[in-house]
Write a protein that binds this ligand. Sequence first.
Ligand code: SF4
Ligand code: SF4
Length: 433
Amino acid sequence: MRVMSQVAMVMTLDKCIGCHTCSVTCKQAWTNRAGTEYAWFNNVETRPGQGYPRRYEDQDRWKGGWELNRRGNLKLKSGGRLKKLAQLFASPVQPELKDYYEPWTYDYQNLVNAPAGDDFPVARPKSLITGKDTKIEWSANWDDDLGGATEMGHLDPVVEKLRSEANERIKFEYEQTFMFYLPRLCEHCLNPSCMASCPSGAIYKRTEDGIVLVDQDRCRGWRQCVTGCPYKKIYYNHKSGKAEKCTFCYPRIEVGIPTVCAETCVGRMRYIGIFLYDADKVTQAAARPNEQDLYEAQLDLMLDPSDPEVIDAARRDGIPEDWLEAARKSPVYALAKTLRVALPLHPEYRTMPMVWYVPPLSPIVDLLKEQGHDGEDPDNLFGAIESLRIPVEYLAELFTAGDTELVTHVLRKLAAMRAYMRNVTLGDEPDES
Ligand code: SF4
Ligand code: SF4
């Protein structure tokens, strides 16, 4: 066993109100510079939707992440590093600016100086990059304007996949409209494909906390990391010619304060914590043949911080005492491993992502009609899964590689927790079962 520590985040999706404060404060802190105008290290997507950059989940198009070769070993989808060296002068497969969006500002002069006319003058959008008038067709959360309408969300790759599987239960009609917000940042993966893709060896994972960073001096701007990251969470700075990404606010973490996005979150939906894991088993875990086993594989890597054997091994491997203490109190460990209510985003990409999500517990449509409240009775939920507003299949495609049973189990647990807390709050006798 080789014990290492990892900082990670859990987001409780029911609490996100889609205010984008996290994205704006992150931008002010990290990407408010020439060359990174289009980059949002933290962004909040409306789901269903295309995401940012649009259709990033269309892995056949971008060739991101890992796959298994015929012998069952992990291989970068975009080719190995040696192949990369042979392709150095070839263009990497990556989203274009139009897939992110061309940032703009408004030219308010027109409001003041426009000649008298029949129409009310408007402020013209101007590109922040070229300074010229621009037509706005797409931006970081365009899907928000679509209100999550599933008919309009048909370009969501997850919806498309479910449709192509002729899933009769999911009709995606206006009456069945659903939406929720999905904040995203770099996953600081245990098995990062951005790092493996880099021909210059410029990307590294810090041993002390697992934060994945780009060494700006070593980066040669090949952009293979943009191809290699399946979450498309590493960006090319077109001014400096280097790659940049979320740093998990490491200067703040080092002095014991949370990331900017977590500290400013209006919904208080982000939890940060550390956990200990067995670094010797990461590659083996990521190469589990069955995609639906990858969630369990991630959990298996997490070590019990109260286990004396783990504590001894951690001390031997140089984990400081205050980190051991933090690991024991970690909300990430509690929500992901002890309670098992937090799930990783797209575990099938095999990078072992370290941002976890408590899925949204949507109302049960039938109970809503009958009783007029959320219907959080866990027994009813079990029977009524067919009429949850957000289709379980949709959540399963995002968080469990299609395992609907697992998502159902998590939702039931959440419903039970909510019912229990409602009883406690109302002063009723809580049902301990
Ligand atoms: Fe690298 Fe972050 Fe992408 Fe993982 S999510 S592959 S750590 S850029
Ligand atoms: Fe959601 Fe919090 Fe970001 Fe607001 S600040 S969009 S509540 S994650």
